[in-house]
Design a protein around this ligand. Structure first.
Ligand code: DGY
Length: 428
């Protein structure tokens, strides 16, 4: 296929996965609207249908809870292809949703959608501003309950990096509920088991869900008394970047009433990042917020420090050196776990594979930090993976083969918005 053919295929994937105002990540495996998937889809739509791009974000906020949280899945209706569906979550939401959130990339994406001087864009961004502000406030209140300046996840699904080795130790400490109802996974009907999390992880995922359900999904109870709260470089750095973008939006939209609060969040997070610094790993790592145990190795989320503008110059120099070491060790960047570690599994979801949306954000950060060689390599590798394998959910960094779901919306969106060589040529 030529690059133009691939551009056309990417557009077709977004259109085929469009369910009328919102986009599913891929057929059967993920048949609902997912939070950060949807936000990245908007970037793809923006390249050929700006109205549809805004609509993607607007429908995402249809799921927003009264406390500000934007859930990680909006179900709207049940679907036998997916487990756990709305009857397991039993949240009080309408439309039915899950009970945890996901990385808040929306403010950053709204800022990218906003074309200067376009009155329709300005109106739509202004209408989304308070909703986005309320969601950021929810994160700072209920996912940083000790005011440390780091964001913790209350469930591995909240990170979007479900089975990362980052959570192994904290997840092992969660005692599986003795009354856990028997369940049947549906993901294994669609994807090979070697590319998905294990059953003992699912038992614990569902145990944590049952805690939220028994707490009637009260955010404060979940944060302070829940079985899992782990500071995540991914959530922390994505929110720090999104806070900076929200501040820029506040200034553009004349929302000066909001700037003081956002500036306070930014200062707190800039100071808080040290809590996740792992001297032995030369980078920012996940850390259990109850017992302070830190994860031993780097992930692709560690590399988002540059995207967030976090860390001291010395820390950033050491982290960039680690990125170069990893770049020398695999043919394709950026693996989701350090290939030098024994836990590395190149095809198992977030324990090794490459994710195009992470590459997009990581490369953006490296570019802004002046690390052009790393940024260029990541973009080239992303394009090469899609050209060779197709629009897969994720990719094996050792072979370049596609893994997980096929015809994946956010992979198509990242191709259109950033990785496609036709896009690079147009931007030059
Ligand atoms: C899944 O079902 O695998 C999702 O990642 C949970 O959000």
């Amino acid at each position: 296929m030529t690059f133009m053919d691939l551009d056309g295929r990417a557009i077709a994937i977004l259109q085929e996965n469009d369910r009328g105002g919102f986009t599913i990540p891929t057929r059967r495996l993920y048949p609902f609207q997912w939070n950060w998937d949807s936000a990245f889809c908007a970037l793809g739509f923006a390249t050929f249908d700006p109205d549809r791009a805004w609509q993607e974000i607007e429908t995402l906020f249809e799921g927003q809870w009264a406390d500000g949280m934007v859930p990680h899945i909006i179900f709207r209706r049940d679907d036998p292809d997916y487990f756990p569906g709305p009857s397991v979550w039993r949240t009080p939401a309408e439309p039915p949703t899950s009970g945890y959130s996901q990385p808040p990339v929306v403010a950053t994406i709204i800022r990218r959608l906003l074309r200067e001087g376009n009155p329709d864009d300005t109106r739509r961004a202004a209408a989304l501003f308070d909703k986005t502000l309320a969601w950021h406030r929810w994160f700072h209140t209920y996912r940083d309950p000790f005011r440390r300046g780091v964001i913790g996840l209350a469930h591995p699904w909240e990170s979007g990096r479900d089975n990362s080795p980052d959570w192994d130790e904290s997840l092992r400490a969660v005692a599986v509920a003795p009354d856990l109802e028997p369940y049947e996974r549906r993901d294994l009907d669609h994807v090979d088991a070697s590319e998905r999390p294990h059953k003992d992880e699912y038992d614990r995922y569902l145990t944590i869900v049952s805690f939220g359900r028994n707490a009637a999904w009260d955010a404060d109870t979940i944060a302070r008394r829940g079985p899992f709260l782990v500071a995540d470089p991914g959530l922390t750095f994505i929110l720090l970047r999104a806070d900076r973008d929200l501040l820029a939006l506040a200034n553009t939209l004349g929302r000066h009433d909001a700037t003081g609060e956002i500036e306070g969040w930014i200062s707190l997070a800039e100071a808080g990042a040290d809590y996740m610094w792992n001297e032995a790993a030369h980078g920012f790592c996940a850390r259990n917020m109850h017992d302070d145990v830190i994860s031993p190795a780097l992930t692709n989320a560690s590399m988002l420090a540059f995207y967030a503008g976090a860390g001291s110059p010395a820390q950033r120099t050491r982290l960039a050196a680690e990125a170069r070491r990893i770049a020398d060790s695999v043919p394709f960047l950026m693996p989701s776990w350090d290939p030098a570690r024994s836990e590395f599994e190149p095809r198992r979801y977030w324990r090794g594979p490459i994710w195009c949306v992470m590459n997009y954000m990581i490369a953006d950060g490296f570019r802004e930090a002046g690390e052009d060689a790393l940024a260029d390599r990541i973009r080239r590798d992303t394009a090469a993976l899609i050209e060779r394998a197709g629009f897969y959910e994720n990719f094996d960094p050792t072979t370049g083969n596609g893994c997980g779901g096929a015809d994946f919306s956010w992979t198509a969106a990242i191709w259109l918005a950033w990785a496609s060589p036709t896009r690079v040529a147009a931007a030059a």
